[in-house]
Each structure stands twice: as C-alpha cells, then as structure tokens.
Write a protein that binds this ligand. Structure first.
Ligand SMILES: [Zn+2]
Length: 176
C-alpha cells in the first residue's frame, strides 16, 4: 500500500509562500521539468519567466549527458543559482509504474534502477496508484542525486504537479 511509501516521504501542498522564489522576489531558480508535461506548472506555482532557467527532458531526470550537465554547470557556475526544483507530474508517459518500452536509454535504465530499489513497496500498488508512486519516487531520487552531488549551499526541492487540479506538492523525505 501507499502507507509503506508514506513512511519514507511526505507530500505537502505548495502554498503561496513555501518556496524560495515566493519568499525572495526575483530569486532565480533552475527548473528541471518533464518534456511531456503541460508546461503550466511554472505559472501555477507563481514563477515568473525571468527568474527561471528552465530545463526539460524525459522524466525530469538528472542524467549524465551533455545537455543536462552543461545546464547544471551553467546554472551553478555562471548564474550562481542556488535553488533547484525537480518537478515531475502525475499522468507522465515516461515515468510509469511499469517499464515503458518506448523510453530510450539511458532514461529507461535509470527508471529501472528506481523501480528496483523500491520494488517491494511498488508491488503493493497497481495501475494509476503505482504510476503516481513511481512519479514521486523518481522525483525523490533526482533530488537525492542532486543533493549528494552539490552539497555546498545548493537547495534542491522536489515537486510533483497534479495537472488535473493544477496543484503542486512538495515532496520531502520523512524524518526517521
Ligand atoms: Zn512526463
């Protein structure tokens, strides 16, 4: 059941002042989003175009490829951005509970690793519930990966976007 996952992380609706760009007007953010999202998360979450370096790929993943690593380097080294948001979304066609054979390498392999790491909990779910859990776990995985790679004064936020209700939820690891 989802209960097993909810002991590991929690979702909290993004409020009007819960994100750094809401607290500090004009603060710049690196946004790592998904290519098949509706692209309306930024407006819904109150981000202005001029404060976002927007990067999207399949499944909002931190991948060791030229595009992703170059964007990260540019954001951190040149623009001195210190706030990164990884935003996934429910209803994603790339990040799903079961492997999607249309998703190419290295994305499919990275998603397989996440599925494998949470195999037991995911197997307690099915259908849409499993898909949603996998979207959340993928976001958490990307946040952890970025946080470990950039431990110096970089804040990484995980957000899952529900396009149906136009609501964002911040994902945080539960205190153990
Ligand atoms: Zn997607």
């Amino acid at each position: 059941m989802r209960d097993q996952l909810r002991t590991r992380y929690e979702l909290r609706q993004v409020q009007s002042d819960s994100m750094p760009w809401q607290q500090v007007p004009g603060k710049q953010v690196l946004w790592i989003g998904c290519s098949d999202s509706d692209y309306d998360e930024l407006e819904t979450l109150g981000l202005q175009a001029d404060q976002v370096l927007e990067y999207r790929n399949l499944g909002n993943m931190v991948i060791d490829d030229l595009s992703c690593q170059t964007t990260l380097g540019y954001a951190l080294e040149q623009l001195k951005i210190r706030d990164i948001v990884v935003c996934g979304h429910y209803g994603c066609h790339i990040v799903q509970g079961k492997p999607n054979p249309c998703v190419p390498e290295p994305w499919s392999r990275a998603l397989d690793m996440i599925r494998s790491a949470h195999n037991h909990a995911l197997d307690q779910t099915s259908g849409q519930e499993r898909d949603r859990a996998m979207v959340e776990l993928n976001i958490l995985g990307q946040v952890q990966s970025l946080s470990q790679a950039h431990d110096h004064d970089v804040q990484v936020f995980g957000v899952v976007y529900d396009r149906t209700s136009k609501t964002g939820y911040q994902i945080t690891e539960a205190d153990c």
